[in-house]
Design a protein around this ligand. Structure first.
Ligand code: HEM
Length: 237
């Protein structure tokens, strides 16, 4: 049993429809729900291991540790869940009406972006020389696109009111692009962070950071899949 594709009608959730077992649609639906569950599992793993690193000596008070905690929670927890919330087969939001999905999406994105921007700002303030590492450079790309996506999110939410400034359709497509680029750049930046020597030293392992990079890659692919397909669909239409 699953919700039909395009699961809401005028903001009201459609009744669940049965998909015949053994059909291609049935297998595709299984793949979508399994990959969604995998994404949530990987978000948990990546965030918990990274938070364990920052909270090891208690609540972080040292700026670099605060940077790690805010960045991981902002980008990889709140923003990732915010993107997934709009996914038709997302476990915890599939039954919600479109109005409620959009509301939870913007609440998660505003909270995630605020933590993420604060996390980066803290390290930018702490460092004296900037953008000298790939971690920092991808972090900067993520930061710029997060700010752009946040502003652009408002013009998408109030597409009708802003129609004279930016056409509604353009506003929505650019919002998807900015948000997806921001999230992807943050994941690349995170992979470079896992490669830092003190992180490997803390974990007493070369393999665990590699596994975390792999998990981040798979997770990012799953999270980005729905917005990428939605963007292609909008462009084709
Ligand atoms: C999505 C997650 C993250 C993002 C987007 C991010 C972003 C950034 C940014 C923008 C800077 C400032 C760069 C500069 O001013 O040159 C920075 C510095 C730094 N971050 Fe992160 N960060 C993330 C996660 C982490 C994690 C998990 C760690 C540790 C395990 C970490 C460790 C550092 C360190 C050591 C620096 C200073 C050295 C450098 O610039 O590479 N970051 N980060």
């Amino acid at each position: 049993m699953t919700f039909a594709n395009g699961d809401t009608e005028n903001g009201v959730a459609k009744k669940p429809t049965k998909i015949k077992s053994g059909t291609a649609k049935y297998h595709l639906q299984t793949l979508k729900t399994v990959s969604n569950s995998l994404a949530h599992l990987l978000i948990g793993l990546v965030c918990i291991i990274t938070l364990f690193f920052t909270f090891f000596d208690g609540v972080p008070v040292y700026m670099p540790n605060i940077h790690v905690a805010l960045s991981i929670l902002g980008y990889q927890f709140l923003m990732a869940e915010g993107i997934l919330s709009l996914c038709p087969h997302n476990a915890w939001s599939a039954h919600l009406t479109l109005v409620h999905k959009k509301r939870i999406h913007w609440i998660l994105q505003i909270m995630g972006s605020t933590l993420a921007i604060a996390g980066s700002a803290i390290y930018i303030e702490f460092k004296t020389v900037h953008w000298d590492t790939l971690h920092g450079q991808f972090g900067l790309v993520a930061l710029v696109f997060t700010i752009a996506s946040l502003i652009n999110g408002l013009t998408s939410l109030y597409a009708y009111e802003f129609r004279k400034v930016i056409p509604g359709k353009l506003s929505k497509v650019t919002h998807i692009v900015f948000g997806t680029v921001a999230y992807a750049a943050s994941s690349i930046s995170l992979c470079y962070a896992f490669d830092k020597f003190f992180f490997k030293l803390f974990l007493h392992s070369e393999v665990t950071p590699l596994a975390l990079m792999g998990f981040t890659g798979i997770l990012t692919f799953i999270v980005m899949l729905n917005p990428t397909l939605a963007c292609i669909d909008r462009l084709l239409r």
